[in-house]
Design a binder for this molecule. Structure first.
Ligand code: GLA
Length: 392
């Protein structure tokens, strides 16, 4: 043991500081108790029908927001957010069993790839070669096909820091999987910070020229009460234009101004406000199921905000993607089971899926989704919760 000479005055100061700390000041004690660090835990969740082990991770930030993610599909199974009185409630639709996610999931909470949204007739051409994907949505390809990234088991690694806790998910999609060219090495990071914000970053590399468009497909209901629909939620989308679609929900090509249409969400309005308006586009989507062309492309900016007046919960979405698909839960039809009993009724959740435009591989005027060997696909979206007692 070694001793260092300490000046007597300094020793006295040290001693009194120590004594003061032992007695504790009420302030210090309470501060120490109320600032827990972000944390995570994990446990087995089940086994897929083909025998793969699936884990569930719980990420918790210092304020108490909790996110649960399973390694099957990178699915967010629950996500708590505080209301205006500080009460935490789950705000995303999900199931409570792996079998249910495997049997019939309308993409609740899932990571979507390799291509989020539709590709007309499941076909596209790259350098003169035509690639035929599965057609799993009428004549079209949707969300990577019947075994997309929402149905594979991802490897997971969790980490904590002072400001955030993160889960890194990785999946290598073999060359030809789902009909797509190239081995795609994919990484998605869910980072939950102490600002009640989940930052999702996507990256991917390929060994052959291919197309990529990854997204997150959580269904939100900010009331936290899934027996209510989302028509009273106030929605704002930062887009002057949207993409009109044909009967099979493939964009017709040109952008259309939202001005004077039910698609105008430039100022917040209730989701349900214009749903009954006679409009060919609304009818084609059976409600809202369209991609908006976000303003200020090429920048990371606020894309949308949703507020629920009853609870005061506010969700803001930021992204560097050119588009956002707003889907109003039109296909929920009272047949899918809700945890704790009952079923999910029509429009009990909404999705805001940040992405490149649907059918981009076939529409040269749209921002490109082509990824070449040597390049890295990168995309970033964040979901930030807070409360607001007045309207948006
Ligand atoms: C996407 C599509 C919708 C629907 C849902 C899942 O958002 O755009 O048409 O397929 O996924 O039901």
């Amino acid at each position: 043991m070694t001793f260092t000479t300490i000046h007597p005055g300094y020793a006295l100061l040290l001693l009194s500081t120590l004594l003061w700390q032992c007695q504790g000041s009420p302030d210090t004690a309470s501060t120490m108790e109320t600032t827990p660090a972000p944390s995570f835990s994990s446990k087995p969740y089940g086994k897929t029908t083909d025998g793969k082990e699936v884990d569930i991770y719980t990420l918790k930030n210092a304020k108490g927001m909790e996110l649960q993610v399973i390694t099957y599909g990178g699915i967010i199974t629950s996500w708590t957010a505080p209301d205006q009185d500080g009460n935490y409630g789950n705000v995303v639709l999900g199931y409570d069993k792996l079998e249910q996610y495997e049997a019939s999931n309308p993409y609740f909470g899932a990571l979507i790839g390799r291509y989020g949204n539709r590709i007309a007739k499941g076909q596209f051409e790259l350098d003169g070669t035509t690639w035929q994907l599965e057609t799993n949505d009428g004549p079209n390809h949707l969300h990577g096909g019947t075994r997309g990234f929402d149905k594979v088991v991802w490897s997971a690694e969790a980490k904590t820091g002072e400001q955030a806790v993160e889960l890194v998910l990785r999946y290598t999609s073999p060359d030809g999987e789902g009909g797509y060219p190239g081995t795609l090495n994919t990484e998605v990071v869910y980072s939950l910070n102490n600002e009640d914000e989940l930052v999702v970053t996507y990256s991917a590399t390929t060994d052959k020229k291919t197309v990529v468009n990854l997204t997150q497909h959580s269904y939100f209901n900010l009331s936290g009460d899934f027996t209510r629909n989302v028509q009273d939620h106030l929605l704002e989308i930062a887009a002057d234009a949207y993409l009109p679609v044909d009967e099979t929900l493939i964009p017709v090509g040109q952008l259309a101004s939202v001005e004077g249409t039910p698609f105008d969400f430039r100022s917040a309005k209730p989701i349900g406000q214009d749903l009954e308006v006679e409009d060919e586009q609304l009818a084609r989507g059976k409600g809202y199921d369209h991609c908006w062309a976000l303003n200020n492309p090429g920048t990371y900016r606020k894309a949308a905000a949703v507020a629920h007046p009853g609870s005061g919960r506010l969700l803001e979405i930021f992204t560097d993607e050119p588009g956002i698909q707003f889907y109003g839960g039109n296909f929920l039809d009272g047949t899918l089971p809700m945890p704790g009993g009952g079923t999910y009724a029509h429009r009990t959740g909404f999705c805001l899926e940040t992405q490149h435009y649907p059918d981009s591989p076939n529409q040269p005027a749209f921002p490109s989704v082509v990824l070449e060997p040597g390049q890295t696909y990168r995309s970033k979206t964040s979901f930030k919760f807070s409360t607001k007692t007045n309207s948006l």
